[in-house]
Design a protein. Structure first.
Ligand code: NAD
Ligand SMILES: O=C(O)C(=O)C[C@@H](O)[C@H](O)[C@H](O)COP(=O)(O)O
Ligand code: ZN
Length: 374
Protein backbone atom coordinates (compact mmCIF):
# COMPACT_ATOMS: atom_id res chain seq x y z
CA UNK A 1 0.00 0.00 0.00
CA UNK A 2 1.25 3.45 -0.86
CA UNK A 3 1.70 5.71 2.17
CA UNK A 4 -0.59 8.72 2.17
CA UNK A 5 1.60 11.65 1.32
CA UNK A 6 0.33 15.01 0.28
CA UNK A 7 2.47 16.50 -2.45
CA UNK A 8 1.10 19.95 -1.71
CA UNK A 9 2.53 19.85 1.79
CA UNK A 10 6.26 20.41 2.20
CA UNK A 11 7.96 17.57 4.09
CA UNK A 12 10.89 18.25 6.38
CA UNK A 13 13.61 15.77 7.30
CA UNK A 14 16.06 16.87 9.97
CA UNK A 15 19.69 15.83 10.01
CA UNK A 16 21.13 15.95 13.49
CA UNK A 17 24.78 17.00 13.50
CA UNK A 18 24.95 19.23 16.58
CA UNK A 19 25.84 22.77 15.54
CA UNK A 20 25.93 21.64 11.89
CA UNK A 21 22.34 20.31 11.96
CA UNK A 22 20.02 21.30 9.14
CA UNK A 23 16.73 20.52 7.47
CA UNK A 24 15.97 18.91 4.13
CA UNK A 25 12.82 20.44 2.63
CA UNK A 26 10.92 18.27 0.14
CA UNK A 27 7.92 19.50 -1.81
CA UNK A 28 6.48 21.07 -4.92
CA UNK A 29 7.30 24.55 -6.23
CA UNK A 30 10.11 25.15 -3.74
CA UNK A 31 12.78 26.76 -5.95
CA UNK A 32 10.61 29.84 -6.38
CA UNK A 33 10.30 30.10 -2.58
CA UNK A 34 13.81 29.04 -1.64
CA UNK A 35 14.47 32.36 0.09
CA UNK A 36 11.90 31.68 2.79
CA UNK A 37 13.36 28.50 4.30
CA UNK A 38 14.70 28.65 7.80
CA UNK A 39 18.44 28.25 8.06
CA UNK A 40 19.23 30.58 5.16
CA UNK A 41 21.23 33.56 6.40
CA UNK A 42 20.86 37.11 5.26
CA UNK A 43 24.17 38.09 3.69
CA UNK A 44 25.14 40.80 1.28
CA UNK A 45 25.95 38.41 -1.55
CA UNK A 46 24.42 35.17 -2.71
CA UNK A 47 26.10 33.29 -5.57
CA UNK A 48 24.15 30.68 -7.50
CA UNK A 49 26.42 28.02 -8.98
CA UNK A 50 24.73 26.07 -11.73
CA UNK A 51 25.44 24.71 -15.21
CA UNK A 52 24.56 25.42 -18.82
CA UNK A 53 21.69 22.86 -18.86
CA UNK A 54 20.04 23.85 -15.58
CA UNK A 55 20.49 27.62 -15.91
CA UNK A 56 17.86 28.13 -18.64
CA UNK A 57 15.40 26.02 -16.65
CA UNK A 58 15.64 27.26 -13.05
CA UNK A 59 18.19 30.05 -12.60
CA UNK A 60 15.73 32.94 -13.05
CA UNK A 61 13.33 31.43 -10.55
CA UNK A 62 15.99 30.92 -7.87
CA UNK A 63 17.47 34.33 -8.51
CA UNK A 64 14.05 35.96 -8.01
CA UNK A 65 13.48 33.94 -4.84
CA UNK A 66 16.78 35.13 -3.37
CA UNK A 67 16.58 38.77 -4.39
CA UNK A 68 14.89 39.84 -1.15
CA UNK A 69 17.49 37.99 0.93
CA UNK A 70 20.73 39.26 -0.58
CA UNK A 71 21.59 42.77 -1.80
CA UNK A 72 23.17 41.17 -4.84
CA UNK A 73 22.65 37.74 -6.36
CA UNK A 74 25.41 36.61 -8.74
CA UNK A 75 25.73 33.45 -10.74
CA UNK A 76 28.39 31.16 -12.15
CA UNK A 77 27.36 28.90 -15.02
CA UNK A 78 29.63 25.86 -15.36
CA UNK A 79 29.97 23.47 -18.28
CA UNK A 80 27.72 20.41 -17.92
CA UNK A 81 28.67 16.91 -16.92
CA UNK A 82 30.83 14.54 -14.92
CA UNK A 83 33.79 15.08 -17.26
CA UNK A 84 33.98 18.66 -15.91
CA UNK A 85 34.10 17.70 -12.22
CA UNK A 86 37.74 18.70 -11.85
CA UNK A 87 40.17 21.43 -10.76
CA UNK A 88 39.79 23.65 -13.80
CA UNK A 89 36.03 24.00 -13.33
CA UNK A 90 36.49 24.66 -9.63
CA UNK A 91 38.90 27.42 -10.58
CA UNK A 92 36.10 29.09 -12.59
CA UNK A 93 34.08 29.37 -9.37
CA UNK A 94 37.02 30.86 -7.40
CA UNK A 95 37.77 33.31 -10.23
CA UNK A 96 34.18 34.59 -10.17
CA UNK A 97 34.04 34.90 -6.37
CA UNK A 98 37.31 36.82 -6.20
CA UNK A 99 36.61 39.04 -9.20
CA UNK A 100 33.25 39.98 -7.67
CA UNK A 101 34.85 40.77 -4.28
CA UNK A 102 32.84 38.12 -2.43
CA UNK A 103 33.54 38.15 1.32
CA UNK A 104 33.49 35.27 3.77
CA UNK A 105 29.79 35.77 4.56
CA UNK A 106 28.86 35.11 0.94
CA UNK A 107 26.38 32.23 0.58
CA UNK A 108 26.81 29.81 -2.33
CA UNK A 109 23.75 28.05 -3.76
CA UNK A 110 24.29 24.77 -5.64
CA UNK A 111 21.53 24.64 -8.25
CA UNK A 112 21.78 21.39 -10.21
CA UNK A 113 22.64 17.73 -9.92
CA UNK A 114 25.32 15.99 -7.93
CA UNK A 115 28.16 17.31 -10.06
CA UNK A 116 27.24 20.94 -9.39
CA UNK A 117 26.47 20.09 -5.75
CA UNK A 118 29.79 18.34 -5.08
CA UNK A 119 31.81 21.10 -6.75
CA UNK A 120 29.90 23.99 -5.15
CA UNK A 121 30.21 22.35 -1.75
CA UNK A 122 33.95 21.90 -2.23
CA UNK A 123 34.32 25.50 -3.42
CA UNK A 124 32.40 26.62 -0.31
CA UNK A 125 34.65 24.49 1.91
CA UNK A 126 37.78 26.10 0.42
CA UNK A 127 36.89 29.71 -0.39
CA UNK A 128 38.37 31.91 2.33
CA UNK A 129 38.72 28.64 4.28
CA UNK A 130 34.98 28.10 4.37
CA UNK A 131 31.79 29.93 3.46
CA UNK A 132 28.19 28.74 3.91
CA UNK A 133 26.30 27.00 1.14
CA UNK A 134 22.83 25.72 0.37
CA UNK A 135 21.94 22.69 -1.75
CA UNK A 136 19.14 23.12 -4.29
CA UNK A 137 19.26 19.69 -5.96
CA UNK A 138 17.46 19.34 -9.29
CA UNK A 139 18.15 15.68 -10.17
CA UNK A 140 16.59 12.66 -8.49
CA UNK A 141 20.04 11.42 -7.55
CA UNK A 142 20.97 14.71 -5.93
CA UNK A 143 17.66 14.92 -4.02
CA UNK A 144 17.92 11.41 -2.56
CA UNK A 145 21.65 11.32 -1.91
CA UNK A 146 24.32 13.79 -2.97
CA UNK A 147 22.80 16.98 -1.54
CA UNK A 148 22.65 15.43 1.94
CA UNK A 149 25.57 14.63 4.21
CA UNK A 150 28.31 17.08 3.31
CA UNK A 151 30.59 14.96 1.09
CA UNK A 152 31.99 17.42 -1.45
CA UNK A 153 34.79 17.13 -3.98
CA UNK A 154 36.11 16.54 -7.45
CA UNK A 155 37.45 13.62 -9.49
CA UNK A 156 41.05 12.80 -10.33
CA UNK A 157 41.95 10.84 -13.48
CA UNK A 158 43.18 8.05 -11.20
CA UNK A 159 40.12 7.90 -8.96
CA UNK A 160 36.62 9.16 -8.29
CA UNK A 161 36.03 11.96 -5.73
CA UNK A 162 39.65 11.70 -4.64
CA UNK A 163 40.04 15.37 -3.72
CA UNK A 164 37.43 16.82 -1.41
CA UNK A 165 36.23 17.86 2.01
CA UNK A 166 33.39 17.29 4.41
CA UNK A 167 31.39 20.51 4.46
CA UNK A 168 27.74 20.45 5.48
CA UNK A 169 25.19 22.69 3.75
CA UNK A 170 23.00 25.09 5.74
CA UNK A 171 19.90 23.66 4.21
CA UNK A 172 18.70 21.40 1.38
CA UNK A 173 15.75 22.39 -0.80
CA UNK A 174 14.35 19.52 -2.92
CA UNK A 175 11.81 20.82 -5.41
CA UNK A 176 10.04 17.75 -6.80
CA UNK A 177 8.72 19.78 -9.74
CA UNK A 178 12.28 20.06 -11.08
CA UNK A 179 12.26 16.30 -11.68
CA UNK A 180 9.75 16.74 -14.51
CA UNK A 181 12.39 18.09 -16.89
CA UNK A 182 14.92 15.35 -16.11
CA UNK A 183 15.85 13.05 -19.04
CA UNK A 184 14.79 9.40 -18.54
CA UNK A 185 18.38 8.17 -18.38
CA UNK A 186 19.16 10.59 -15.54
CA UNK A 187 15.96 9.64 -13.74
CA UNK A 188 17.00 5.97 -13.84
CA UNK A 189 20.42 6.92 -12.50
CA UNK A 190 18.72 8.45 -9.46
CA UNK A 191 16.72 5.26 -8.92
CA UNK A 192 19.97 3.37 -8.30
CA UNK A 193 20.73 5.36 -5.14
CA UNK A 194 17.11 4.97 -3.95
CA UNK A 195 17.26 1.18 -4.42
CA UNK A 196 20.58 1.17 -2.53
CA UNK A 197 18.87 2.12 0.75
CA UNK A 198 16.84 -1.12 0.77
CA UNK A 199 19.58 -3.78 0.99
CA UNK A 200 21.75 -1.70 3.35
CA UNK A 201 19.09 -0.47 5.76
CA UNK A 202 15.43 -1.13 5.07
CA UNK A 203 14.11 -4.19 3.25
CA UNK A 204 10.52 -3.00 3.76
CA UNK A 205 11.47 0.05 1.66
CA UNK A 206 12.94 -2.27 -0.99
CA UNK A 207 9.60 -4.13 -1.06
CA UNK A 208 7.75 -0.83 -1.38
CA UNK A 209 9.96 0.20 -4.34
CA UNK A 210 9.31 -3.17 -6.02
CA UNK A 211 5.56 -2.78 -5.51
CA UNK A 212 5.51 0.78 -6.86
CA UNK A 213 8.25 0.79 -9.49
CA UNK A 214 5.83 1.58 -12.33
CA UNK A 215 4.40 4.61 -10.51
CA UNK A 216 7.91 5.76 -9.63
CA UNK A 217 9.17 5.41 -13.20
CA UNK A 218 6.08 7.34 -14.35
CA UNK A 219 7.18 10.05 -11.86
CA UNK A 220 3.92 10.02 -9.93
CA UNK A 221 4.35 12.95 -7.51
CA UNK A 222 3.07 11.21 -4.35
CA UNK A 223 5.27 8.17 -4.91
CA UNK A 224 8.26 10.37 -5.70
CA UNK A 225 7.66 12.39 -2.55
CA UNK A 226 7.71 9.22 -0.47
CA UNK A 227 10.83 7.82 -2.17
CA UNK A 228 12.75 11.09 -1.74
CA UNK A 229 11.66 11.48 1.87
CA UNK A 230 12.42 7.90 2.94
CA UNK A 231 15.81 8.02 1.18
CA UNK A 232 16.68 11.29 2.94
CA UNK A 233 15.52 9.88 6.29
CA UNK A 234 17.82 6.87 5.95
CA UNK A 235 20.76 8.95 4.76
CA UNK A 236 20.21 11.53 7.52
CA UNK A 237 20.17 8.78 10.14
CA UNK A 238 23.39 7.18 8.87
CA UNK A 239 25.25 10.50 8.47
CA UNK A 240 23.93 11.71 11.85
CA UNK A 241 25.54 8.64 13.44
CA UNK A 242 28.86 8.82 11.55
CA UNK A 243 29.41 12.14 9.81
CA UNK A 244 32.99 11.51 8.63
CA UNK A 245 32.77 7.85 7.72
CA UNK A 246 34.77 6.37 10.53
CA UNK A 247 32.61 3.25 10.24
CA UNK A 248 28.86 2.99 9.65
CA UNK A 249 28.65 5.64 6.91
CA UNK A 250 30.58 3.35 4.56
CA UNK A 251 27.35 1.35 4.03
CA UNK A 252 26.22 4.23 1.77
CA UNK A 253 29.04 3.09 -0.52
CA UNK A 254 27.27 -0.19 -1.38
CA UNK A 255 27.90 -0.80 -5.09
CA UNK A 256 30.40 2.05 -5.27
CA UNK A 257 33.69 0.11 -5.12
CA UNK A 258 32.83 -1.61 -8.39
CA UNK A 259 30.86 1.44 -9.60
CA UNK A 260 33.66 3.96 -9.17
CA UNK A 261 36.03 1.58 -11.00
CA UNK A 262 33.57 1.50 -13.90
CA UNK A 263 33.28 5.32 -13.95
CA UNK A 264 37.03 5.92 -13.87
CA UNK A 265 37.87 2.97 -16.13
CA UNK A 266 35.37 3.97 -18.81
CA UNK A 267 36.28 7.68 -18.59
CA UNK A 268 34.14 10.00 -16.45
CA UNK A 269 30.72 10.55 -18.01
CA UNK A 270 30.64 7.46 -20.25
CA UNK A 271 28.63 5.65 -17.62
CA UNK A 272 26.50 7.84 -15.35
CA UNK A 273 27.29 7.55 -11.65
CA UNK A 274 23.87 5.97 -10.99
CA UNK A 275 24.33 3.48 -13.82
CA UNK A 276 27.70 2.41 -12.47
CA UNK A 277 26.24 2.12 -8.96
CA UNK A 278 23.25 0.08 -10.20
CA UNK A 279 25.56 -2.41 -11.92
CA UNK A 280 28.02 -2.20 -9.02
CA UNK A 281 25.31 -3.16 -6.52
CA UNK A 282 24.58 -6.34 -8.47
CA UNK A 283 28.32 -7.10 -8.51
CA UNK A 284 28.59 -6.45 -4.75
CA UNK A 285 25.53 -8.65 -4.16
CA UNK A 286 27.22 -11.42 -6.18
CA UNK A 287 30.34 -11.01 -4.08
CA UNK A 288 28.19 -11.23 -0.94
CA UNK A 289 26.76 -14.47 -2.32
CA UNK A 290 30.21 -15.83 -3.17
CA UNK A 291 31.19 -15.28 0.47
CA UNK A 292 28.06 -17.04 1.73
CA UNK A 293 26.37 -13.94 3.14
CA UNK A 294 23.24 -13.90 0.94
CA UNK A 295 21.57 -16.45 -1.31
CA UNK A 296 21.10 -16.42 -5.08
CA UNK A 297 17.43 -15.45 -4.71
CA UNK A 298 18.48 -12.16 -3.14
CA UNK A 299 20.96 -11.41 -5.94
CA UNK A 300 18.32 -12.15 -8.59
CA UNK A 301 15.75 -10.03 -6.74
CA UNK A 302 18.08 -7.04 -6.63
CA UNK A 303 19.11 -7.54 -10.26
CA UNK A 304 15.47 -7.66 -11.41
CA UNK A 305 14.71 -4.38 -9.68
CA UNK A 306 17.81 -2.69 -11.10
CA UNK A 307 16.70 -3.78 -14.59
CA UNK A 308 13.15 -2.53 -13.97
CA UNK A 309 14.59 0.84 -13.02
CA UNK A 310 16.15 1.05 -16.49
CA UNK A 311 19.72 0.48 -15.35
CA UNK A 312 22.48 -1.72 -16.82
CA UNK A 313 23.44 -4.96 -15.06
CA UNK A 314 26.11 -6.26 -17.43
CA UNK A 315 29.43 -4.75 -16.39
CA UNK A 316 31.72 -3.24 -19.03
CA UNK A 317 35.02 -4.81 -20.00
CA UNK A 318 37.59 -2.22 -18.97
CA UNK A 319 40.57 -3.97 -20.58
CA UNK A 320 40.13 -6.97 -22.89
CA UNK A 321 43.65 -8.25 -22.15
CA UNK A 322 43.57 -7.97 -18.34
CA UNK A 323 40.04 -7.09 -17.30
CA UNK A 324 39.96 -8.35 -13.70
CA UNK A 325 43.43 -6.88 -13.05
CA UNK A 326 42.26 -3.51 -14.36
CA UNK A 327 39.17 -3.54 -12.09
CA UNK A 328 41.31 -4.55 -9.11
CA UNK A 329 43.88 -1.85 -9.87
CA UNK A 330 41.18 0.83 -9.98
CA UNK A 331 39.47 -0.51 -6.86
CA UNK A 332 42.71 -0.38 -4.86
CA UNK A 333 42.50 3.43 -5.16
CA UNK A 334 39.10 3.39 -3.40
CA UNK A 335 38.98 5.51 -0.23
CA UNK A 336 37.91 2.51 1.84
CA UNK A 337 41.03 0.54 0.90
CA UNK A 338 43.65 0.16 3.61
CA UNK A 339 47.31 -0.64 2.85
CA UNK A 340 46.31 -1.71 -0.65
CA UNK A 341 43.59 -4.08 0.63
CA UNK A 342 40.20 -3.43 -0.96
CA UNK A 343 37.29 -3.46 1.49
CA UNK A 344 33.87 -4.08 0.00
CA UNK A 345 30.48 -3.09 1.36
CA UNK A 346 28.63 -6.40 1.42
CA UNK A 347 25.07 -7.33 2.28
CA UNK A 348 24.97 -9.41 5.43
CA UNK A 349 22.01 -10.28 5.67
CA UNK A 350 19.58 -8.32 3.41
CA UNK A 351 18.73 -5.07 5.23
CA UNK A 352 22.19 -4.78 6.79
CA UNK A 353 25.63 -4.14 5.35
CA UNK A 354 29.17 -4.59 6.57
CA UNK A 355 32.61 -3.94 5.18
CA UNK A 356 34.95 -6.85 4.41
CA UNK A 357 37.96 -7.77 2.28
CA UNK A 358 37.77 -10.56 -0.31
CA UNK A 359 40.45 -12.51 -2.12
CA UNK A 360 41.43 -11.29 -5.59
CA UNK A 361 40.47 -14.70 -7.00
CA UNK A 362 36.90 -14.48 -5.69
CA UNK A 363 36.53 -10.88 -6.85
CA UNK A 364 37.92 -11.81 -10.28
CA UNK A 365 35.26 -14.54 -10.53
CA UNK A 366 32.53 -12.01 -9.78
CA UNK A 367 33.92 -9.62 -12.39
CA UNK A 368 34.09 -12.35 -15.05
CA UNK A 369 30.48 -13.41 -14.30
CA UNK A 370 29.26 -9.79 -14.28
CA UNK A 371 30.79 -8.91 -17.65
CA UNK A 372 28.85 -11.70 -19.37
CA UNK A 373 25.41 -10.96 -20.77
CA UNK A 374 22.82 -12.67 -18.48
N1 NAD B 1 28.25 13.95 -2.28
C1 NAD B 1 27.60 12.80 -2.26
O1 NAD B 1 27.25 12.27 -1.20
C2 NAD B 1 27.25 12.14 -3.55
C3 NAD B 1 26.29 11.12 -3.56
C4 NAD B 1 25.96 10.55 -4.79
C5 NAD B 1 26.54 11.01 -5.96
N2 NAD B 1 27.44 12.00 -5.90
C6 NAD B 1 28.00 12.56 -7.14
O2 NAD B 1 26.94 13.13 -7.87
C7 NAD B 1 27.28 13.10 -9.26
C8 NAD B 1 26.10 12.57 -10.05
O3 NAD B 1 25.02 13.46 -9.86
P1 NAD B 1 23.81 13.49 -10.90
O4 NAD B 1 23.37 12.12 -11.21
O5 NAD B 1 22.84 14.47 -10.37
O6 NAD B 1 24.51 14.00 -12.24
P2 NAD B 1 24.67 15.49 -12.87
O7 NAD B 1 24.92 16.45 -11.82
O8 NAD B 1 25.66 15.35 -13.97
O9 NAD B 1 23.23 15.76 -13.48
C9 NAD B 1 22.74 14.90 -14.46
C10 NAD B 1 22.35 15.64 -15.76
O10 NAD B 1 21.06 16.23 -15.58
C11 NAD B 1 21.10 17.64 -15.87
N3 NAD B 1 20.07 18.22 -15.03
C12 NAD B 1 20.13 18.53 -13.72
N4 NAD B 1 18.93 18.88 -13.27
C13 NAD B 1 18.08 18.81 -14.31
C14 NAD B 1 16.70 19.04 -14.45
N5 NAD B 1 15.91 19.32 -13.41
N6 NAD B 1 16.15 18.90 -15.68
C15 NAD B 1 16.92 18.53 -16.75
N7 NAD B 1 18.24 18.28 -16.66
C16 NAD B 1 18.80 18.41 -15.45
C17 NAD B 1 22.52 18.01 -15.58
O11 NAD B 1 22.86 19.20 -16.23
C18 NAD B 1 23.27 16.79 -16.12
O12 NAD B 1 23.37 16.87 -17.52
C19 NAD B 1 28.51 12.24 -9.38
O13 NAD B 1 29.62 13.07 -9.57
C20 NAD B 1 28.59 11.53 -8.06
O14 NAD B 1 29.90 11.20 -7.71
C21 NAD B 1 27.81 12.58 -4.74
O1 LIG C 1 27.32 9.94 1.37
C1 LIG C 1 28.03 8.95 1.33
O2 LIG C 1 28.76 8.63 2.27
C2 LIG C 1 28.06 8.09 0.13
O3 LIG C 1 28.88 7.19 0.05
C3 LIG C 1 27.06 8.36 -0.93
C4 LIG C 1 27.47 7.89 -2.30
O4 LIG C 1 26.27 7.65 -3.03
C5 LIG C 1 28.26 8.92 -3.09
O5 LIG C 1 28.43 8.50 -4.41
C6 LIG C 1 29.57 9.38 -2.49
O6 LIG C 1 30.06 10.51 -3.16
C7 LIG C 1 30.64 8.34 -2.57
O7 LIG C 1 31.57 8.68 -1.64
P1 LIG C 1 33.12 8.35 -1.80
O8 LIG C 1 33.66 8.70 -0.45
O9 LIG C 1 33.25 6.91 -2.13
O10 LIG C 1 33.64 9.21 -2.89
ZN1 ZN D 1 26.68 7.39 -5.13
Amino acid sequence: MSPAISTTETQRVAIDLGERSYDIHIGADLIGHAGTFAGLPTANTGVIVTNEVVAPLYLASLRAALSGRHARVLDVVLPDGESHKHWQTLQTIFDRLLEAGCDRKTVLYALGGGVVGDMTGFAAACYMRGVPFVQVPTTLLAQVDSSVGGKTGINHPLGKNMIGAFHQPLSVVCDLDALRSLPDREFSAGMAEIIKYGPIADMAFLGWIEDHIEALMARDPAHLAHAVRRSCEIKAQVVGADERESGLRAILNFGHTFGHAIEAGMGYGAWLHGEAVGCGMVMAARLSQALGLVDEAFVERLKRLVVRAGLPVVAPVLDPARNAERYLELMRVDKKAEAGEIRFVLIDPPGRASMRPASDAVVAGVIARSCQPA
